[in-house]
Ligand binder design. Sequence first.
Ligand SMILES: N=CN[C@@H](CCC(=O)O)C(=O)O
Ligand SMILES: [Zn+2]
Length: 390
Amino acid sequence: MATAWAGIGELVTNDRTHPEGDGSALGIITDAAVVEEGGQIVWVGARRRMPEADERRDLGGRAVIPSFVDSHSHLVFAGDRSAEFTARMTGEPYDGGGIAVSMAATRAATDDELRALLGARIAELRAQGTGVVEIKSGYGLDVPNEARALRIAREFTEETTFLGAHVVPPEFRGSATGRDDYLDLVCGEMLTACAPYARWIDVFCEPNSAFAFTGEESERVLRAGLAAGLEVRVHGNQLGPGPGAELAVALGAASVDHCTFLSDADVDALAGSATVATFLPGVEFSTRSPYPDVRRLLDAGATVALASDCNPGTCYSSSIPFAIAVAVRDMGMTPVEALLAATVGAAKSLRRNDIGVLQVGARADLTVLDAPSYLHLAYRPGVPIARKLA
Ligand SMILES: N=CN[C@@H](CCC(=O)O)C(=O)O
Ligand SMILES: [Zn+2]
């Protein structure tokens, strides 16, 4: 059955080539319509030329954009770390140590409890305009619990990421061989159990945290993932300078995420590569940390993405409109750059060209704004104006 969405006052297509668009990177068509059938877009253009459809819905002059692509989240977890957040607001630094708290609560939860928590978080992000979401494991940190997290995440998204190398879990700390023993497990039995449910492998490459992994350790994990048929993404350069971005480029990663502390060489390497630099402004906001210099990457010509990093530790917000507002207000991105980064940029970081864009053949992931223009995403922070159309 074909459904026509008409009465779109401003349609952002992210298709510069549409003949009725304004020729900009956002490919804006005014007084527009979109027709979808079977979950795919079959027609996009000016409303006056709209073809017949089985059903017609009028959006009353609202703006429509491609649904946000959230390319970085940690949604499978139980427990509460609001006290840790509160401590940070009075000066405690973030060091990754709280991940063990979420690990304990996640291991203790039943499958049904985890499924219900994840389902509620997915509903929350859809209600704020997100379509496709990437979901990482990383709060199980043993074989059955990492595999379980990915199996449950797979019920909700095809973009699942094995993050057994999030931190060294407490039971492997404190002995001379503990780190290596844990890495043997991650690269061996855990990878074998998790790979069937994962598209991606990730690692928290962060020599500035005692709990996370060095460049060499991270390379070992990522190469094991590649050998098992997974594709690579990296947590890098979050807490200080480090080897994450360089390693991501060297291994042909789809994305390096955080990018808060990059050297000039990292910026040049990213700009000369296909690796997307993903920024997570909610993390700096919620950890009261300095914002990354996204303009260096944009001006150097790198592909940039924005994502939520929704997780219980560094950013318990699933709102991409919030990330856009912070990126514009505090990181110096223009509203155009921020919207592109949260849609087509994030889609590139997942190596997808069927999402983040509204054109014939793409997925019918449409987000409507209770506003006349996409500019309101940054202009109206904290106001729930975006929602994904069913
Ligand atoms: N940095 C590593 N992982 C998460 C935080 C995880 C946590 O603290 O629970 C992040 O992306 O910020
Ligand atoms: Zn993360």
